[in-house]
Design a protein around this ligand. Structure first.
Ligand code: ASP
Length: 324
Protein backbone atom coordinates (compact mmCIF):
# COMPACT_ATOMS: atom_id res chain seq x y z
CA UNK A 1 0.00 0.00 0.00
CA UNK A 2 1.11 3.58 -0.59
CA UNK A 3 2.10 4.84 2.81
CA UNK A 4 1.91 8.44 1.67
CA UNK A 5 -1.62 8.45 0.34
CA UNK A 6 -4.96 7.06 1.29
CA UNK A 7 -5.36 5.42 -2.13
CA UNK A 8 -3.79 1.98 -2.12
CA UNK A 9 -1.82 0.84 -5.15
CA UNK A 10 -3.57 -1.70 -7.31
CA UNK A 11 -2.34 -5.20 -6.50
CA UNK A 12 -2.76 -8.75 -7.78
CA UNK A 13 -2.12 -12.04 -5.97
CA UNK A 14 -2.23 -15.54 -7.48
CA UNK A 15 -2.00 -19.16 -6.35
CA UNK A 16 -1.30 -22.43 -8.12
CA UNK A 17 -2.35 -24.86 -5.41
CA UNK A 18 -1.24 -25.93 -1.94
CA UNK A 19 -0.02 -29.24 -0.59
CA UNK A 20 2.71 -31.45 0.77
CA UNK A 21 6.32 -30.86 -0.04
CA UNK A 22 8.74 -33.37 -1.34
CA UNK A 23 11.71 -31.12 -1.13
CA UNK A 24 14.14 -33.89 -1.82
CA UNK A 25 12.67 -34.17 -5.28
CA UNK A 26 13.14 -30.57 -6.23
CA UNK A 27 15.60 -29.82 -8.88
CA UNK A 28 16.65 -26.20 -9.05
CA UNK A 29 15.34 -26.15 -12.63
CA UNK A 30 11.89 -27.31 -11.58
CA UNK A 31 11.66 -24.81 -8.79
CA UNK A 32 12.82 -22.06 -11.13
CA UNK A 33 10.17 -23.04 -13.69
CA UNK A 34 7.41 -22.52 -11.13
CA UNK A 35 8.81 -19.20 -9.98
CA UNK A 36 9.18 -18.05 -13.58
CA UNK A 37 5.60 -19.05 -14.44
CA UNK A 38 4.19 -17.25 -11.41
CA UNK A 39 6.33 -14.16 -12.07
CA UNK A 40 5.30 -13.93 -15.73
CA UNK A 41 1.62 -14.09 -14.81
CA UNK A 42 2.01 -11.51 -12.04
CA UNK A 43 3.79 -9.14 -14.39
CA UNK A 44 0.97 -9.44 -16.92
CA UNK A 45 -1.62 -8.76 -14.24
CA UNK A 46 0.34 -5.82 -12.85
CA UNK A 47 0.71 -4.28 -16.32
CA UNK A 48 -3.02 -4.53 -16.90
CA UNK A 49 -3.76 -2.88 -13.55
CA UNK A 50 -1.13 -0.19 -14.17
CA UNK A 51 -2.92 0.77 -17.38
CA UNK A 52 -6.10 1.34 -15.40
CA UNK A 53 -7.54 -2.12 -16.13
CA UNK A 54 -10.18 -3.54 -13.82
CA UNK A 55 -9.63 -6.08 -11.09
CA UNK A 56 -12.08 -8.32 -12.94
CA UNK A 57 -9.98 -8.22 -16.11
CA UNK A 58 -6.76 -8.75 -14.13
CA UNK A 59 -7.97 -11.92 -12.38
CA UNK A 60 -9.45 -13.19 -15.64
CA UNK A 61 -6.14 -12.71 -17.45
CA UNK A 62 -4.14 -14.35 -14.66
CA UNK A 63 -6.40 -17.41 -14.50
CA UNK A 64 -6.38 -17.71 -18.32
CA UNK A 65 -2.60 -17.93 -18.17
CA UNK A 66 -2.62 -20.37 -15.25
CA UNK A 67 -5.16 -22.61 -17.05
CA UNK A 68 -2.99 -22.71 -20.17
CA UNK A 69 0.13 -23.70 -18.22
CA UNK A 70 0.42 -27.51 -17.73
CA UNK A 71 2.40 -27.01 -14.50
CA UNK A 72 -0.94 -26.25 -12.82
CA UNK A 73 -4.05 -28.41 -12.39
CA UNK A 74 -6.55 -26.37 -14.36
CA UNK A 75 -7.32 -26.37 -18.06
CA UNK A 76 -4.48 -28.16 -19.92
CA UNK A 77 -2.82 -30.40 -17.34
CA UNK A 78 -5.97 -30.97 -15.28
CA UNK A 79 -6.20 -34.07 -13.10
CA UNK A 80 -8.24 -37.18 -13.99
CA UNK A 81 -11.43 -38.48 -12.40
CA UNK A 82 -11.67 -42.14 -11.41
CA UNK A 83 -13.23 -42.77 -14.85
CA UNK A 84 -10.15 -41.26 -16.55
CA UNK A 85 -12.12 -38.22 -17.66
CA UNK A 86 -11.68 -34.52 -16.85
CA UNK A 87 -14.32 -32.47 -15.07
CA UNK A 88 -13.38 -28.84 -14.60
CA UNK A 89 -14.84 -26.25 -12.24
CA UNK A 90 -14.37 -22.45 -12.28
CA UNK A 91 -15.86 -19.29 -10.80
CA UNK A 92 -15.44 -15.53 -10.93
CA UNK A 93 -16.89 -12.80 -8.72
CA UNK A 94 -16.98 -9.02 -9.04
CA UNK A 95 -16.74 -7.26 -5.68
CA UNK A 96 -18.44 -4.11 -7.01
CA UNK A 97 -21.92 -5.54 -7.11
CA UNK A 98 -21.58 -9.16 -5.97
CA UNK A 99 -22.20 -10.42 -9.49
CA UNK A 100 -20.82 -13.92 -9.95
CA UNK A 101 -20.60 -16.69 -12.54
CA UNK A 102 -19.45 -20.29 -12.38
CA UNK A 103 -19.31 -23.56 -14.29
CA UNK A 104 -18.98 -27.06 -12.85
CA UNK A 105 -18.27 -30.51 -14.27
CA UNK A 106 -17.37 -29.26 -17.73
CA UNK A 107 -15.11 -31.40 -19.91
CA UNK A 108 -14.84 -29.64 -23.25
CA UNK A 109 -14.50 -25.91 -22.56
CA UNK A 110 -10.89 -24.93 -23.24
CA UNK A 111 -10.90 -22.04 -20.78
CA UNK A 112 -13.45 -22.72 -18.02
CA UNK A 113 -12.90 -19.33 -16.36
CA UNK A 114 -14.04 -17.55 -19.52
CA UNK A 115 -17.19 -19.67 -19.44
CA UNK A 116 -17.76 -18.69 -15.80
CA UNK A 117 -17.43 -15.05 -16.77
CA UNK A 118 -19.88 -15.54 -19.66
CA UNK A 119 -22.39 -17.03 -17.22
CA UNK A 120 -21.99 -13.90 -15.08
CA UNK A 121 -22.19 -11.41 -17.93
CA UNK A 122 -24.52 -13.05 -20.42
CA UNK A 123 -27.00 -15.17 -18.48
CA UNK A 124 -29.41 -14.68 -15.63
CA UNK A 125 -27.75 -17.56 -13.75
CA UNK A 126 -24.81 -17.90 -11.40
CA UNK A 127 -23.81 -21.58 -11.75
CA UNK A 128 -24.20 -23.85 -14.78
CA UNK A 129 -23.02 -27.46 -14.96
CA UNK A 130 -22.19 -30.21 -17.43
CA UNK A 131 -23.54 -30.42 -20.97
CA UNK A 132 -25.80 -27.38 -20.54
CA UNK A 133 -22.85 -25.23 -19.49
CA UNK A 134 -20.85 -26.48 -22.48
CA UNK A 135 -23.69 -25.68 -24.89
CA UNK A 136 -23.99 -22.22 -23.35
CA UNK A 137 -20.24 -21.62 -23.69
CA UNK A 138 -20.31 -22.71 -27.34
CA UNK A 139 -23.23 -20.37 -28.02
CA UNK A 140 -21.15 -17.59 -26.46
CA UNK A 141 -18.41 -18.26 -28.99
CA UNK A 142 -16.02 -19.88 -26.52
CA UNK A 143 -13.67 -22.58 -27.78
CA UNK A 144 -14.56 -26.22 -27.15
CA UNK A 145 -11.83 -28.84 -27.37
CA UNK A 146 -11.55 -32.60 -27.48
CA UNK A 147 -11.23 -33.73 -23.86
CA UNK A 148 -7.81 -35.17 -24.71
CA UNK A 149 -6.58 -31.55 -24.81
CA UNK A 150 -6.60 -31.52 -21.00
CA UNK A 151 -4.72 -34.82 -20.60
CA UNK A 152 -1.06 -35.13 -19.83
CA UNK A 153 0.89 -38.32 -19.22
CA UNK A 154 2.01 -36.91 -15.90
CA UNK A 155 -1.57 -36.65 -14.67
CA UNK A 156 -2.42 -40.14 -15.95
CA UNK A 157 0.45 -41.60 -13.95
CA UNK A 158 -0.76 -39.63 -10.93
CA UNK A 159 -4.22 -41.19 -11.32
CA UNK A 160 -2.74 -44.69 -11.49
CA UNK A 161 -0.82 -44.07 -8.27
CA UNK A 162 -3.92 -42.74 -6.55
CA UNK A 163 -5.98 -45.72 -7.73
CA UNK A 164 -3.33 -48.16 -6.56
CA UNK A 165 -3.51 -46.51 -3.15
CA UNK A 166 -7.33 -46.26 -3.40
CA UNK A 167 -7.43 -42.61 -2.41
CA UNK A 168 -8.77 -39.34 -3.73
CA UNK A 169 -5.97 -36.83 -3.67
CA UNK A 170 -5.31 -33.19 -4.08
CA UNK A 171 -3.32 -32.37 -7.12
CA UNK A 172 -0.09 -31.43 -5.32
CA UNK A 173 -0.62 -34.01 -2.66
CA UNK A 174 -0.22 -37.74 -2.47
CA UNK A 175 2.68 -39.82 -3.30
CA UNK A 176 4.86 -40.32 -6.25
CA UNK A 177 8.38 -39.81 -7.12
CA UNK A 178 7.86 -36.85 -9.34
CA UNK A 179 10.15 -33.92 -9.66
CA UNK A 180 7.82 -31.14 -8.70
CA UNK A 181 8.49 -29.04 -5.64
CA UNK A 182 5.15 -29.91 -4.10
CA UNK A 183 4.37 -33.61 -4.01
CA UNK A 184 1.89 -33.78 -6.88
CA UNK A 185 0.02 -36.61 -5.23
CA UNK A 186 -0.70 -34.42 -2.25
CA UNK A 187 -1.01 -30.96 -3.64
CA UNK A 188 -4.26 -29.13 -4.13
CA UNK A 189 -3.97 -28.01 -7.69
CA UNK A 190 -6.49 -25.32 -8.10
CA UNK A 191 -5.39 -21.97 -9.51
CA UNK A 192 -6.75 -18.59 -8.55
CA UNK A 193 -6.29 -14.85 -8.55
CA UNK A 194 -7.52 -11.88 -6.52
CA UNK A 195 -7.01 -8.21 -7.32
CA UNK A 196 -7.67 -4.62 -6.26
CA UNK A 197 -7.80 -2.04 -9.05
CA UNK A 198 -7.24 1.73 -9.19
CA UNK A 199 -10.98 2.33 -8.80
CA UNK A 200 -10.94 0.47 -5.51
CA UNK A 201 -12.81 -2.55 -6.88
CA UNK A 202 -12.06 -6.13 -5.87
CA UNK A 203 -12.45 -9.36 -7.87
CA UNK A 204 -11.67 -13.06 -7.39
CA UNK A 205 -11.37 -16.00 -9.81
CA UNK A 206 -10.68 -19.71 -9.29
CA UNK A 207 -10.30 -22.63 -11.73
CA UNK A 208 -9.53 -26.30 -11.15
CA UNK A 209 -9.48 -29.84 -12.42
CA UNK A 210 -10.55 -30.86 -8.92
CA UNK A 211 -9.01 -33.78 -7.10
CA UNK A 212 -7.27 -36.77 -8.68
CA UNK A 213 -9.44 -39.91 -8.70
CA UNK A 214 -12.59 -38.00 -7.69
CA UNK A 215 -15.90 -39.60 -8.60
CA UNK A 216 -17.47 -38.40 -11.84
CA UNK A 217 -20.06 -35.80 -10.91
CA UNK A 218 -18.21 -34.61 -7.81
CA UNK A 219 -18.11 -30.81 -7.51
CA UNK A 220 -15.57 -29.10 -5.26
CA UNK A 221 -15.49 -25.71 -3.56
CA UNK A 222 -13.92 -23.74 -6.42
CA UNK A 223 -17.14 -22.99 -8.40
CA UNK A 224 -19.29 -22.52 -5.30
CA UNK A 225 -19.66 -18.84 -4.46
CA UNK A 226 -18.76 -18.38 -0.80
CA UNK A 227 -16.88 -21.69 -0.54
CA UNK A 228 -13.84 -21.44 -2.84
CA UNK A 229 -14.43 -18.01 -4.35
CA UNK A 230 -15.84 -14.73 -3.03
CA UNK A 231 -15.42 -10.97 -3.56
CA UNK A 232 -17.09 -8.00 -1.91
CA UNK A 233 -15.67 -4.47 -2.12
CA UNK A 234 -16.72 -3.89 1.49
CA UNK A 235 -14.42 -6.62 2.78
CA UNK A 236 -12.18 -8.77 0.57
CA UNK A 237 -11.65 -10.89 -2.52
CA UNK A 238 -10.75 -14.52 -1.75
CA UNK A 239 -9.71 -17.58 -3.80
CA UNK A 240 -9.13 -20.92 -2.05
CA UNK A 241 -7.23 -24.15 -2.71
CA UNK A 242 -7.44 -27.32 -0.69
CA UNK A 243 -9.65 -30.24 0.30
CA UNK A 244 -12.78 -28.90 -1.32
CA UNK A 245 -15.33 -30.77 0.77
CA UNK A 246 -14.11 -29.07 3.95
CA UNK A 247 -13.93 -25.65 2.28
CA UNK A 248 -17.57 -26.12 1.26
CA UNK A 249 -18.60 -27.13 4.78
CA UNK A 250 -16.76 -24.14 6.26
CA UNK A 251 -18.00 -21.63 3.63
CA UNK A 252 -14.34 -20.71 3.74
CA UNK A 253 -14.14 -17.78 1.31
CA UNK A 254 -17.26 -16.11 2.65
CA UNK A 255 -16.16 -16.77 6.22
CA UNK A 256 -13.09 -14.57 5.71
CA UNK A 257 -15.35 -11.70 4.59
CA UNK A 258 -17.90 -12.38 7.33
CA UNK A 259 -15.27 -12.23 10.08
CA UNK A 260 -14.20 -8.84 8.73
CA UNK A 261 -17.75 -7.52 8.34
CA UNK A 262 -19.31 -8.80 11.55
CA UNK A 263 -16.28 -9.05 13.81
CA UNK A 264 -14.29 -6.09 12.59
CA UNK A 265 -11.26 -8.28 12.05
CA UNK A 266 -8.38 -7.24 9.82
CA UNK A 267 -7.94 -9.21 6.59
CA UNK A 268 -4.87 -10.86 8.06
CA UNK A 269 -6.64 -12.02 11.23
CA UNK A 270 -9.76 -13.17 9.40
CA UNK A 271 -7.81 -15.18 6.82
CA UNK A 272 -5.52 -16.70 9.46
CA UNK A 273 -8.47 -17.76 11.63
CA UNK A 274 -10.19 -19.50 8.74
CA UNK A 275 -7.09 -21.31 7.48
CA UNK A 276 -5.41 -22.07 10.82
CA UNK A 277 -8.48 -22.70 13.03
CA UNK A 278 -11.83 -23.18 11.28
CA UNK A 279 -10.56 -25.47 8.51
CA UNK A 280 -8.19 -27.65 10.59
CA UNK A 281 -11.07 -28.18 13.08
CA UNK A 282 -12.78 -30.26 10.38
CA UNK A 283 -9.56 -31.64 8.90
CA UNK A 284 -9.55 -29.10 6.10
CA UNK A 285 -6.18 -28.69 4.43
CA UNK A 286 -5.03 -26.03 2.01
CA UNK A 287 -4.84 -22.28 1.84
CA UNK A 288 -6.19 -19.13 0.26
CA UNK A 289 -5.18 -15.81 -1.21
CA UNK A 290 -7.02 -12.64 -0.27
CA UNK A 291 -6.84 -8.89 -0.81
CA UNK A 292 -8.92 -6.19 0.86
CA UNK A 293 -10.07 -2.77 -0.34
CA UNK A 294 -7.11 -1.09 1.36
CA UNK A 295 -4.64 -3.20 -0.54
CA UNK A 296 -3.66 -5.57 2.25
CA UNK A 297 -2.77 -9.04 0.97
CA UNK A 298 -2.89 -12.30 2.94
CA UNK A 299 -1.63 -15.67 1.64
CA UNK A 300 -2.09 -18.19 4.50
CA UNK A 301 -1.91 -21.99 4.12
CA UNK A 302 -1.85 -24.90 6.56
CA UNK A 303 0.01 -27.31 4.28
CA UNK A 304 3.74 -27.41 3.76
CA UNK A 305 3.62 -25.23 0.70
CA UNK A 306 1.50 -23.23 -1.69
CA UNK A 307 2.49 -21.86 -5.06
CA UNK A 308 1.79 -18.18 -4.62
CA UNK A 309 2.80 -14.65 -5.45
CA UNK A 310 1.79 -11.02 -5.46
CA UNK A 311 2.74 -7.81 -7.22
CA UNK A 312 1.65 -4.21 -6.75
CA UNK A 313 1.63 -1.45 -9.31
CA UNK A 314 4.94 0.25 -8.63
CA UNK A 315 6.80 -2.93 -7.66
CA UNK A 316 9.84 -3.59 -9.81
CA UNK A 317 9.77 -7.33 -9.14
CA UNK A 318 7.00 -9.76 -8.21
CA UNK A 319 7.09 -11.73 -4.96
CA UNK A 320 6.81 -15.48 -5.60
CA UNK A 321 7.10 -18.39 -3.17
CA UNK A 322 6.40 -22.11 -2.83
CA UNK A 323 7.43 -23.17 0.65
CA UNK A 324 6.87 -21.59 4.04
N1 ASP B 1 -10.23 -27.23 -3.93
C1 ASP B 1 -10.13 -28.06 -5.11
C2 ASP B 1 -11.27 -29.03 -5.14
O1 ASP B 1 -11.60 -29.56 -4.09
C3 ASP B 1 -8.88 -28.83 -5.18
C4 ASP B 1 -7.64 -28.02 -5.15
O2 ASP B 1 -7.60 -26.94 -4.55
O3 ASP B 1 -6.66 -28.49 -5.70
O4 ASP B 1 -11.77 -29.32 -6.20
Amino acid sequence: MNSSSSTPSPVIAIHGGAGTLSRSNISPEQEAAYHAALAEILRAGQALLAQGGSALDAVSLAVDMLEDNPLFNAGHGAVFTSAETHELDAAVMDGRDLRAGAVACVGRIKRPLRAARAVMEHSEHVLMAGAGAEAFAAAQGLELVDPAYFSTEFRRAQLKRAQAAAVTVLDHDGGGNDERPLDEGRKFGTVGAVALDAQGNLAAATSTGGMTNKRPGRVGDSPLIGAGTYADNRTAAVSCTGSGEMFIRASAAFDVCARMAYGGLSLQDAAEQVVMQALPAIDGRGGLIAVDARGHVSLPFNTEGMYRGQMRVGDAEPFTAIFR
